[in-house]
Write a protein that binds this ligand. Structure first.
Ligand code: MG
Length: 156
């Protein structure tokens, strides 16, 4: 049995906050607004994993009304989603992600992000795809959006 999961997230820019994408610090003057560190890529992957195995979504599991998650490193959310998937007998096969943003450019960071995701997910880099796409006039340039799809197989 295989299961697919889709994750989406978007965050508005915030001046003077560090920008983290996939757990990697990006050299950019603005970060992403959010109760946690605002790592839009890790949030999308987390939601894709949770969706694939029929768990509640990231907002329900880690509510932004809970002080416990204020300023939280998003790696905590990802690790918990992965733990729940494994607990249900699933193994991650591959992930494919799209970051939608004009700035910063994703290409210079692509390898570093894939490497970090590989460590976090216990997945070979060849099974981790990351693409940066410009908005091409769609929506206003006020933040970053991310889509992620994951595939898991049931190992029992
Ligand atoms: Mg988010």
């Amino acid at each position: 049995m295989i299961r697919v999961g889709l994750g989406f997230d978007s965050h508005e820019f915030e001046e003077g906050k560090p920008l983290l994408l996939g757990g990697v610090k990006i050299d950019y003057p603005k970060g992403l607004k959010g109760h946690s560190d605002g790592d839009v890529l890790l949030h999308a992957i987390t939601d894709a994993l949770l969706g694939a195995v029929g768990e509640e979504d990231i907002g329900q599991l880690f509510p932004d009304t809970d002080e416990k998650w204020k300023g939280a490193g998003s790696e905590v959310f990802l690790k918990e989603a992965l733990r729940r998937a494994k607990e249900r007998g699933f193994r991650l096969i591959n992930i494919d992600c799209v970051l939608i943003t004009d700035e910063p450019k994703i290409a210079p960071y692509k390898q570093a992000i894939r490497k970090r995701l590989s460590e976090l997910l216990g997945l070979a880099e060849e099974n981790i795809s990351l693409k940066g796409k410009r908005r091409e006039g769609f929506c206003r340039e006020e933040g970053i959006a991310c889509l992620c799809v994951v595939l898991l197989s049931y190992e029992g």
